[in-house]
Write a protein that binds this ligand. Structure first.
Ligand SMILES: NC(=O)c1ccc[n+]([C@@H]2O[C@H](COP(=O)([O-])OP(=O)(O)OC[C@H]3O[C@@H](n4cnc5c(N)ncnc54)[C@H](OP(=O)(O)O)[C@@H]3O)[C@@H](O)[C@H]2O)c1
Length: 357
């Protein structure tokens, strides 16, 4: 290594702020795509002393514990369902921070079984709120989606309800109760059951099924997601929705970036899907504070002390996936490459299930 390289300052470590008590952290959905990213960050980079991965399927827990990256004494794996208040209460014993990712997230599955999506995404969140209060948890940060903005599908509607529950819970907490904040973001690149692993799999047959090449989506990479969670952790003031600024791209661009030679079969937009997504609504525009890397949507209640940092946006402001610069083909390829998602062998990391666009 050269002297110049030696003197390059290391990237700032995304450490943890002081946490109450023993600093234990509960990650609901800890065996999912987002959950495992959070575990890696907490254990390897933030050096958390105790992290609990909470989810239902024992096989996912088994796989997690078999993974050499997760064979760490600070990690504890706990089988449980967020629909089960008693188990959640046990899981939160001695916990300071909850990172809530557990959800039903497949648009077509939630359309077909709305009551199940409500039980997990809405009632599960109510259980999280109650357990956090009972256990004296200091902070809860929940993952939401652009599909919660003016929702057109059951999944989005349940995540909107989740957001509203958390914002109201924060208001009810007063000065002493838990603080509840939300991270709302677009598609996580390469997440389980999403369009990128599906395209990578279909590429092998030479045919890609694309709902509509003109459909646009926001994309967020793994490292950007962790930075966004860290931002909420260090700056969230309760009842706030953080929205990282992320690039968007047409599905046709994504398809060509993944499989330039493949035949594109257009299958049409499916029930519940929108052509374009929004990360903010018009109704929220008067409560948005803009920062370089993200927006903060402050809570609607006048009882909240609204932040004055950042800058306001205009009343017509909306962050929409088809407005603003869209990633072109080289930029999309570069983004996939940066996520190590261009070669076929990566598909083995993901289960191919119904697609969530
Ligand atoms: N992926 C995206 O593109 C994206 C975009 C925006 C927002 N989000 C949000 O980010 C979060 C995580 O998404 P993801 O893509 O990482 O999902 P994922 O890979 O499907 O993981 C979901 C996790 O939740 C667990 N889970 C599901 N139902 C549960 C229940 N009732 N009780 C306990 N655990 C449960 C799953 O494990 P078991 O099934 O074994 O319980 C799994 O560990 C979700 O809240 C989603 O809405 C995702």
């Amino acid at each position: 290594m050269s002297a110049a390289a030696d003197s390059t300052p290391a990237a700032p470590r995304r450490g943890l702020p002081p946490l109450a008590g023993d600093g234990a952290i509960l990650v609901t959905g800890g065996t999912g795509t987002t959950g495992r990213l959070l575990l890696s960050w907490l254990l390897d980079e933030a050096q958390a002393t105790r992290v609990i991965a909470f989810s239902r399927d024992e096989q996912k827990h088994y796989d997690l514990l078999q993974d050499p990256n997760f064979q760490q004494p600070a990690l504890y794996s706990m089988v449980g369902d967020i629909r089960d208040p008693r188990r959640l209460r046990e899981a939160m014993e001695g916990v300071s921070l909850v990172l809530h990712t557990a959800a039903m997230k497949h648009v077509p599955i939630a359309e077909a079984h709305p009551s199940e999506a409500i039980r997990t995404n809405v009632e599960g969140t109510e259980n999280i709120i109650r357990a956090a209060r009972d256990a004296g948890v200091a902070r809860v940060i929940a993952h939401s989606t652009d599909k919660a903005v003016e929702p057109g599908c059951v999944y989005g509607a349940t995540k909107l309800a989740m957001e509203k529950l958390l914002v109201a819970a924060d208001f009810d907490s007063g000065a002493d109760g838990p603080r509840f904040d939300i991270l709302r973001h677009g598609n996580l690149i390469g997440s389980r059951g999403s369009v990128i692993p599906m395209f990578l799999e279909q590429k092998k047959s030479g045919r890609l099924k694309v709902t509509d090449p003109e459909m646009t989506r926001f994309w967020i990479g793994h490292d950007s997601l962790i930075s966004a969670v860290h931002q909420v952790l260090i700056d969230g003031r309760g009842g706030e929705i953080f929205v990282p600024k992320s690039p968007s791209a047409r599905l046709g661009t994504l398809a060509r970036a993944i499989a330039p030679e493949a035949v594109i079969e257009v299958i049409g937009v499916r029930p519940g899907e929108k052509m374009h997504e929004s990360l903010t609504s018009r109704e929220e525009s008067n409560r948005i504070r803009q920062f370089e890397s993200h927006l903060v949507i402050t809570p609607p209640s006048t009882g909240h002390q609204r932040r004055q940092d950042g800058s306001p946006v205009g009343p017509e402001f909306r962050l929409q996936s088809h407005h603003g610069p869209l990633l072109d083909l080289p930029a999309m390829k570069a983004l996939l490459k940066s996520e190590n998602l261009t070669s076929g062998h990566q598909t083995a990391r993901f289960d191919i299930q119904s697609t969530n666009l």
